[in-house]
Design a binder for this molecule. Structure first.
Ligand code: NA7
Length: 867
C-alpha cells in the first residue's frame, strides 16, 4: 500500500530547544496567541541541565540569580536549597516550570531538526526533522544554548579504548560507578574541576590529564548568600531590575579601585573578600582594571596562585596546577569544592600534558610521550563547540540558499546576536555577539526572549511579515563586538570564547563583552529608533531605517560618560586662565604614559623670547643619534603646555624610536595670530640647526602636532618651504585645525557632545585670530599653496568636528602631489586618540602614527612593544 503523501504541518513558530530559553520563548509566544512547536533532541526539558549530569555538576552563578524572574508567583513557590544548586535540582526546577505553565503539550522530545530552508515566495521556513517530518512556520527560533554541542574528542586513537568511556556533557542517566576503578579524566575546565573531587572519592586510582592549568575559586557552597536573600526579601522587583541593568546580570557594585594604584593592604583586603565570597563576578571585579591591564590582572592571578600553592602539598604538582599562560578571567574561571586539595590524596595524580603530551589513546589506556597508563574508564571533560556549534549543526539555508555554516565560515556575523542578514525571521537566543556566556544566562535569556516577543508583536501590529538585519547594521555590530573585546585582555587567551578550543574554528571573540546593561540599552535603542538596522517587509512594502547602533569605541563612550558625570562647566564659558587651570587639574590625574630613555627640559630662543621645550629620547639601542620630531601640543592656541601632552609625547617617542622635541609656543589671547605659527617655524629651524647637540641625525627632521598644534605644524611646513628651509621629512597632523570654516558636515554631526564643540572651537578662534586673518594660510593652511610639502600622515577622527577639514587637507595635499597617509580614527573623538593609558582603543591609531614616523626615517628603531 502506498503511503499517503504527507501534508506539511503548519505553525507560526518553531523553537529548537527546551531549556531555559526555549521554555520561556514558548511561554511568551503563546501569550501572543501564536501556534508553536518546540523540538528538542533530549528526552525531556532542561537543555544543558538535561545533558550535563556528571557528578558535581552545578551552576556557577548563585541560584538566587540563576532563575526566571518573569513569573512572580513562581518565585514564591520555588526555593533553591543551596547557594549553587546541583544539576538535578535545576533540572527539577525546569520541569516544575514546564508543568506549572502547561508547556509540555507544545514540546516534542527526541526530535532533532536536521534542516531549515527559507522559502522566499511563501515567506516561510521549511523545517525538516530526523523523523522526516516537514513543518512550515513563519518564525524559526534557535533556543539551542551556548554550550550544547560537545567537542568531538580530538585525540589520536580516541576510538580504540575498550574500557568505559564517559563524556561529562552526555552523562548516562543511570550514573557511573567508579568504585575500585582506574580512571582518567581529560580536561580541567569547569566540568573537569567540578567532577574530579567526586570521581576521586570512588576511584581506586585517578589520573587527571591537564592541558591548561585553570584558575579556580572555592564556591563556598552552602545556604544561599544571606546578603542576596535579604535584598530579595526586601524588594524583589528592585533586585531583579538591578540585575537587568548590571554588567553581568547579577546585582553587583562595580568597583573603581585600580589594581595598579591600590595599596598592598587594599589589594589584599579586596582579594580575600572576593575569595571568601566565592562568586565569579566578585573575583572578576577585585579591581576595575584587571580585565584590561596586565599588571593589575597579574596581582589577582598571583594571589590565586599563592592559594593553589598553599592548598597543594606536593610543590611540583602545585606549580603545574598554577595557571601561567593566560590572564585571569580570559578563560572562564571555575568555582570548585575541594578541587586543588584532591591532589593531596595518595591515589590522585596530575599528568601535565605540557610536559608529556598524549601520543595516543590505546585499547587499555593512554600513552603519553613519557609513560603508558592503564585505565578502566576514561572521562572526557573536553568542552564544547561553544556558541556557534549548535547553530550551524542543523543545515540552515537562508534567502539566497546560502547556509549559515557557509556564511559564518570565517566566524559568526550577527546583528545584536539576535539575527543574521540573509536569514529572515530567524532568531537566535543568546547568539554570538550577545552577552550570553559572559553574563548570568537567565537574565540574558529573558532579555532576548522578551525582545523577540516584542518584535513579533510590533510586526503583527504593523502588518509586517519578515524581518532581517541589513548588511550595514550587522557589520557595524560585528565591529562593535570586536572593538569591545579588543580593549580587554580576553582575546589574548586560547579560550572557547575565541573559538580556540576547536581545531580549525576561526578565531573570533564570540560573546559581547560590553555588559548586560549596555547591551540591553543598545537593543532598546534599536527598537525605539524604529528597528534601526532592520529591513522589514509586508504587503505594504519595505520598511527600513538603516544604520549602525554603536559606532563609538566603547572606551571613548565611557570617557564621555565620565566627563558628563563630572558636570564640568563648558570651557567656552570660562576665561582663558580658568580654562587653563581646569585642564591642568584634569591632566594631573592621568596615567603618565610609557617610560622613555631620557627626558630633558630646555629653552629655545624664539622670535619674541625664549620658548620652553622638553626632549624625549627613546630607551634602549641603538646608541647614537636618532631622527628628530618637533612636536606641538594641542589646546586651541590658548591652552596646553609641555605637561598637557607629556604622555602622548612619551608614547610617540617609544613608538617611533625618534627623539621628540615638544615645544611650547606663545599662546593666545596674550599673543595672537600669527605668534604661535612663527614660533613653530623658529622652533623647527632651531632644532634643525642644533640637531647634533640634541642627539639627532642632521637632515632627519619631522614635525608633528595635535589639534591647534597640528595647525602650526602644518603652517611651519609651508613657511619652511617658502623661507629657505629647513628640509622637513614628514608631518604628522593629529586631528588638525586646517581651516576656519565651521560649516562642514563634521561640524554639524559632531559639533556638540564630543568635548571639542563648535562653541569651543569658536572660542579658540576668537582668542587666536581676528576674523579677517582666519583665511590667511598661516591660520588656515588648507587655503595655502600645497605643492612641494613634506609627506603627511593625517589622523581624522569619526566624532571630531574637525574630521572633514583633516580629510580635505589630505585630499588637497594628494592633489598637489604630496604623499599622504590618511588614517581614520574609527569611533574616536577629537581628544580620545591622545588619551594614552586611558583610551586603549587609541593605541592602534598611535601605532599607525609611530609607523608613519618610522617611514619618514627608515633607520629608526621602535622601542619595545607597547599596547
Ligand atoms: P571547557 O571549559 O572548554 O574545558 C575543557 C577542558 O578540556 C580544558 O581544560 C581543555 O584544555 C581540555 N581539553 C580539550 N581538548 C583537549 C584535548 N584534546 N586534550 C587535552 N585536553 C583537552 O569545557 P567545560 O565543559 O569544562 O566547561 C564549559 C563551560 O560550561 C564552563 O566554562 C561553564 O561556563 C559551564 P585547554 O584549556 O583547551 O587547553
Amino acid at each position: 500500500m502506498n503511503k499517503p503523501a504527507s501534508v506539511p504541518e503548519q505553525c507560526d513558530a518553531v523553537v529548537v530547544g527546551a531549556g531555559f530559553s526555549g521554555l520561556y520563548m514558548l511561554y511568551r509566544l503563546r501569550q501572543l496567541g501564536l501556534s508553536v512547536k518546540v523540538f528538542d533532541s533530549a528526552g525531556d526539558v532542561g537543555g544543558t541541565w538535561y545533558w550535563n549530569r556528571y557528578p558535581g555538576a552545578r551552576c556557577d552563578i548563585p541560584t538566587t540569580d540563576y532563575t526566571y524572574s518573569f513569573d512572580p508567583e513562581l518565585e514564591k513557590e520555588w526555593t533553591w536549597s543551596e547557594k549553587y544548586a546541583t544539576q538535578p535540582e535545576i533540572l527539577e526546577y525546569l520541569r516544575f516550570v514546564a508543568d506549572r505553565h502547561g508547556l509540555r503539550s507544545d514540546i516534542e522530545f527526541s526530535v532533532t531538526v536536521t534542516s531549515a530552508r527559507w522559502d522566499e515566495p511563501e515567506k516561510r521556513w521549511r523545517i525538516t526533522t530526523d523523523g522526516g517530518r516537514e513543518v512550515r512556520c513563519r518564525y524559526y527560533i534557535m533556543a539551542t544554548g551556548c554550550l550544547s554541542t560537545p567537542k568531538s574528542p580530538d585525540i589520536q586513537g580516541a576510538g580504540r579504548f575498550t574500557g568505559q568511556v564517559y563524556f561529562t556533557s552526555r552523562w548516562p542517566h543511570e550514573g557511573a560507578d567508579f568504585t575500585g576503578q582506574r580512571v582518567a579524566v581529560i580536561g580541567t575546565g569547569s566540568s573537569g574541576i567540578q567532577s574530579i573531587p567526586l570521581v576521586a572519592r570512588q576511584a581506586r586510582q585517578l589520573a587527571v590529564f591537564q592541558r591548561t592549568a585553570n584558575f579556580s575559586v572555592p564556591a563556598h557552597n552552602g545556604p544561599a548568600p544571606a546578603g542576596r536573600l535579604e535584598q530579595l526579601d526586601e524588594d524583589r522587583v528592585a533586585y531583579r531590575h538591578a540585575a537587568r541593568w548590571s554588567r553581568g546580570g547579577v546585582p553587583n557594585e562595580p568597583t573603581d579601585v585600580l589594581g595598579v594604584t591600590a595599596s598592598g593592604s587594599v589589594r589584599r583586603e579586596r582579594f580575600e573578600a572576593a575569595w571568601e565570597q566565592g562568586e565569579l563576578f566578585g573575583i572578576l571585579n577585585v579591581f576595575a582594571d584587571q580585565g584590561v591591564n596586565p599588571a593589575s590582572n597579574d596581582i589577582v592571578a598571583e594571589m590565586i596562585r599563592e592559594k593553589i600553592r598553599s592548598a597543594v602539598e606536593d610543590p611540583e604538582t602545585a606549580e603545574a596546577l598554577c595557571p601561567k599562560d593566560h590572564y585571569f578571567g580570559t578563560k572562564r574561571p571555575c568555582l570548585d569544592t575541594g578541587y586543588f586539595e584532591t591532589y593531596n590524596l595518595p591515589h590522585v595524580r596530575l599528568v601535565d600534558l605540557r610536559k608529556q603530551p598524549i601520543v595516543s589513546i590505546t585499547e587499555d589506556g593512554i600513552e603519553t610521550a613519557d609513560e603508558s597508563f592503564g585505565f578502566d574508564a576514561i572521562v572526557y571533560a573536553t568542552g564544547f563547540d561553544a556558541m556557534t556549534g549548535a547553530l550551524v549543526a542543523a543545515d540552515v539555508a537562508g534567502r539566497d540558499g546560502l547556509s549559515l555554516k557557509e556564511k559564518w565560515a570565517a566566524g559568526p556575523s550577527t546583528y545584536l546576536g539576535l539575527m543574521t542578514a540573509g536569514f529572515p525571521n530567524f532568531f537566535m537566543l543568546t547568539g554570538p555577539g550577545s552577552p550570553s556566556v559572559l553574563s548570568n544566562m537567565t537574565v540574558s535569556i529573558e532579555q532576548h526572549v522578551d525582545w523577540v516577543a516584542g518584535c513579533l508583536e510590533d510586526m503583527r501590529e504593523e502588518g509586517l511579515e519578515t524581518i532581517e538585519p541589513t548588511a550595514l547594521a550587522e557589520a557595524g555590530w560585528d565591529q562593535h563586538v570586536q572593538d569591545c573585546a579588543a580593549i580587554t585582555l580576553y582575546p589574548t587567551a586560547n579560550s572557547w570564547y575565541m573559538g580556540a578550543n576547536v581545531p580549525g574554528k576561526p578565531r573570533v571573540f564570540l560573546p559581547y563583552i560590553g555588559g548586560v546593561s549596555a547591551y540591553r540599552q543598545a537593543c532598546d535603542e534599536v527598537v525605539s529608533q524604529g528597528y534601526l538596522g532592520f529591513r522589514m517587509t509586508g504587503p505594504g512594502g519595505v520598511r527600513c531605517r538603516d544604520g549602525v547602533v554603536r559606532r563609538m569605541q566603547p572606551d571613548v563612550a565611557m570617557v564621555l560618560e565620565l566627563v558628563a558625570a563630572m558636570g564640568m562647566p563648558p570651557m567656552d564659558t570660562l576665561s582663558a586662565a580658568d580654562a587653563r587651570a581646569l585642564l591642568a587639574a584634569t591632566a594631573a590625574t592621568r596615567p603618565p604614559g610609557p617610560e622613555v630613555g631620557e627626558v630633558i627640559d630646555g629653552v629655545i630662543p624664539g622670535p619674541a623670547g625664549e620658548l620652553p621645550y622638553r626632549l624625549y629620547r627613546p630607551a634602549g639601542p641603538p646608541e647614537g643619534p636618532r631622527p628628530l620630531v618637533v612636536y606641538f601640543h594641542g589646546g586651541g592656541w590658548v591652552l596646553g603646555n609641555l605637561d598637557s601632552d607629556d604622555p602622548l609625547c612619551r608614547d610617540l617617542c617609544a613608538r617611533s624610536g625618534a627623539v621628540i622635541v615638544s615645544v611650547n609656543y606663545r599662546h593666545a589671547p596674550e599673543a595672537r595670530f600669527p605668534a604661535a605659527a612663527l614660533d613653530a617655524l623658529a622652533a623647527v629651524q632651531w632644532v634643525d640647526a642644533n640637531a647634533i647637540e640634541l642627539g639627532g641625525i642632521p637632515g632627519q627632521l619631522a614635525v608633528a602636532g595635535w589639534s591647534a598644534g597640528a595647525n602650526i605644524a602644518a603652517v611651519a611646513c609651508q613657511l619652511a618651504r617658502d623661507t629657505g628651509g629647513p628640509h622637513i621629512s614628514g608631518q604628522v597632523l593629529i586631528c588638525p585645525v586646517v581651516d576656519s570654516d565651521t560649516t562642514r558636515l563634521s561640524y554639524q554631526e559632531n559639533g556638540d557632545g564630543y568635548i571639542l564643540t563648535t562653541a569651543l572651537m569658536q572660542w579658540f578662534w576668537d582668542h587666536y585670530a581676528d576674523p579677517a586673518d582666519r583665511g590667511d594660510p598661516r591660520a588656515a593652511p588648507l587655503r595655502g599653496d600645497l605643492e612641494g610639502l613634506p609627506p603627511a600622515c593625517i589622523i581624522a577622527a569619526d566624532f571630531d568636528p574637525l574630521r572633514d577639514e583633516g580629510v580635505a587637507y589630505a585630499r588637497a595635499l594628494e592633489a598637489a602631489g604630496v604623499p599622504v597617509r590618511l588614517a581614520r580614527a574609527r569611533g574616536h573623538t577629537h581628544t580620545s586618540v591622545t588619551m594614552v593609558g586611558v583610551v586603549i582603543s587609541g593605541a592602534p591609531v598611535r601605532a599607525e602614527i609611530g609607523e608613519a614616523l618610522r617611514d619618514f626615517f627608515p633607520s629608526a628603531e621602535p622601542q619595545e612593544h607597547l599596547s
